[in-house]
Design a protein around this ligand. Structure first.
Ligand SMILES: Nc1ncnc2c1ncn2[C@@H]1O[C@H](COP(=O)(O)OP(=O)(O)OP(=O)(O)O)[C@@H](O)[C@H]1O
Length: 236
């Protein structure tokens, strides 16, 4: 196990964004984190990244509470804007290199070229899809053990999405863990080993994609429809 979330709760005033979420992540697996808007995906990821403190419960990274050390090995890509307008793609790499010991400039250059970006492009002139690609490139250029990608496919066109997911998967070692949130359920299903379903801050369901297919003859999309369409009583 690489990460354990033990009855983790986050409250913002009277709003409970994440409600007693207990789950375990195994090394080498790709997790699809699914759920409608406001179901708590981002809040949970931010807590794992050490950016938001749980109100209750604890998160253990390799058996130790998350903190300064875990931040060195957990790479988080947020949905929020990242870069200063004046930066070029090359400046973004240098900026990250200064921040993260595990940042590999070589890996960054490879990711940039796969994303069809060039080093002299200015951040302020990038389209939203190109900006999304740059965020992925800079995040995946870290040699982390756990990557949390919050909606990485947002703003990226249909044909580029498959290529980008492929680049993300190729950028990691086989024992590395990836958690990807997205509303593009069927696209994530194609690459995910496991699915985590969040609903109103609660962990509504969790399953292995292959087991779901073999044992219940269902796809992740089918289960998604059951959980969010009819109350979520099904357990996989
Ligand atoms: N800083 C904050 N202050 C107050 N409420 C917040 C804050 N951040 C999140 N929330 C609330 O917590 C709930 C969960 O939000 P969160 O962003 O984690 O959901 P999400 O599943 O990532 O949604 P989306 O798919 O829209 O990104 C929402 O009701 C949201 O309004």
């Amino acid at each position: 196990m690489i990460l354990e979330s033990r009855e983790v709760t986050k409250k913002y005033g009277s709003k409970t964004a994440v409600n007693q979420v207990s789950l375990q992540l195994e090394p080498g697996l790709v997790y699809a984190m699914l759920g409608p808007n406001g179901s708590g995906k981002t809040t949970w990821m931010k807590m794992v990244a050490g950016l938001v403190k749980p109100t209750n419960g604890e998160i253990l990274y390799q058996g130790t509470p998350i903190g300064k050390e875990s931040k060195k090995e957990i790479a988080y890509m947020s949905t929020e804007p990242y870069f200063y307008n004046w930066m070029t793609v090359s400046d973004v790499g240098k900026y990250y290199e200064d921040f993260f010991e595990d940042f590999s400039m070589e890996k960054y250059r490879q990711m940039i070229s796969r994303m069809e970006l060039t080093e002299d492009m200015k951040a302020k002139k990038l389209s939203s899809g190109m900006m999304a690609k740059l965020k992925i490139a800079v995040t995946m250029a870290r040699e982390a053990r756990l990557y949390l990608l919050d909606e990485p496919l947002n703003g990226i066109d249909l044909l580029a999405r498959d290529q980008i997911m492929k680049s993300i998967l190729e950028a990691i070692d086989p024992d590395v863990t990836l958690v990807v949130s997205s509303h593009l359920v069927d696209e994530l299903e194609r690459v995910a080993d496991a699915a985590i379903f969040m609903k109103d801050g609660i962990l509504a369901n969790q399953c292995m994609v292959e087991e779901l297919r073999i044992n219940q003859h269902k796809s992740v999309v089918d289960l998604y429809r059951e959980i969010y369409g009819h109350g979520g009583e099904e357990v996989c």
